[in-house]
Write a protein that binds this ligand. Sequence first.
Ligand code: CDP
Length: 233
Amino acid sequence: MVKRHDGRAADEMRPMVAKVGIIPNADGSAMFSFGKTIAIAAVYGPRTLHPQHMQNPATGILRVNYDLLSFSVADRKKPGPSRRSKEISKVTEWALAPVLNLEEFPNTVVDVEIYILQADASTRVAGINAAAMALAHAGLPMKDLVTAVAVGKIDKELIVDVDKEEEDFREGEGATDFPLAKVSTKDEFTLLQLDGKIQPDLIPKALDMATKACEKIYELQKAALKESIGGNK
Ligand code: CDP
């Protein structure tokens, strides 16, 4: 059995918190945390897109901006966009877009702002979990939610919800970080990235572990959304 530095089982996530409606001036908002990784997301729109030449008369556009706050990481992060933040913003857009019906809002943009208040790895997946709830909270028509988690590998064994110490883990093959997002109630993955190496025969098991983890996360997302409309009172 794999030994994790914080005593978690291989398929055990860090304590999670999900809250909806944390930013009153946004059209939708939410926070999601995996242990010490805290993400907030705010949704603005649909609003008419400017400049006009960027408008699409066939559909609204999803625009995601992901960033780490300067003091969210051990070495202060220089403010402003970076290659990494642009990549994460783009893959987050692709992870969320399949559940949205933005054809109903031609010529508009839906802005999703994701900020990481504190980072202990798995920030992109925490951001996706928060953003999916914020989009639902904004009342946008959605086919489903999106749920995300990172699978990793220690001593050739798979683990879920990778933290920074695990992400930095170095053995012969190097560290493995396999962030995934899926349509919450379907076997449709909308984000599959791989940093490091994984044996091809481990991939089905990794997808299975991620799916089981996402089922638990999805329950939390739903409970937080219900609470925001008074459903749990
Ligand atoms: O956060 P995520 O795992 O989605 O993405 P990553 O690029 O693999 O980053 C892993 C972790 O490295 C982040 O969650 C942070 O804890 C840390 N990091 C950092 O300390 N300073 C940065 N400028 C970027 C990331």
